[in-house]
Ligand binder design. Sequence first.
Ligand code: ATP
Ligand code: ZN
Length: 210
Amino acid sequence: MLRLAIQKSGRLSEDSLTLIRECGINFISSSYKLKTEATNFPLEILFLRDDDIPGYVQDGVADLGIVGQNVLVEAGFPDLEVEALGFSKCRLSLAVPRADAYGSVESLQGKNIATSYPSILGRYLAGHGVQANLHTISGSVEIAPSIGLAEAICDIVSSGSTLLGNGLREVETVFRSEAVLIAQPNLTAEQTDLLDQLRFRMQAVRRAKR
Ligand code: ATP
Ligand code: ZN
């Protein structure tokens, strides 16, 4: 038996469920249930907040998970990744108020930057020799400059329209992300065999879409 954790409700949910179904795995899902069992594969599906998925898989509470690389790497468990899934592509970018002058990353030296990704951003800035004051906030990061909390932000971008709507412009790409399948480090031989079957089916689904 394998326990797979996926996002309960959000940008990963729909595509995660679709992928499992396209792998030929049948299950009944209802919006109020927190777990369900597949009817034709030894798989139990847990519905969780995406932020909790890397930790649950690292601890073995769930055997597998589907989560964005942004959340996985921020949580500090990049090694759990076993398969890139090709959906929920987005990037983590630095943005500044449109009217502000911006030369390069170095111009952020000593500035206040609001983000939900202090670990990924901190490493990026350190790599450019920049020291900034990172303010960790969990949502609505884009409004930070307009309320005087920060001179710049670092947040998830896909189309850029949210940035534009808040008078911001994207100036650097910090990290590129997509959804990935992750697995706990101590699977039994039997579970590893099931994981291999699952990965084989996932790869076939992706090939068929190209
Ligand atoms: P939860 O309630 O589970 O904590 P959340 O609000 O943190 O959800 P979502 O906004 O649903 O998260 O995003 C989940 C993941 O989807 C992100 O971590 C990222 O990997 C990806 N993602 C975020 N925004 C986009 C986007 N605009 N386009 C594509 N993928 C995105
Ligand atoms: Zn989340």
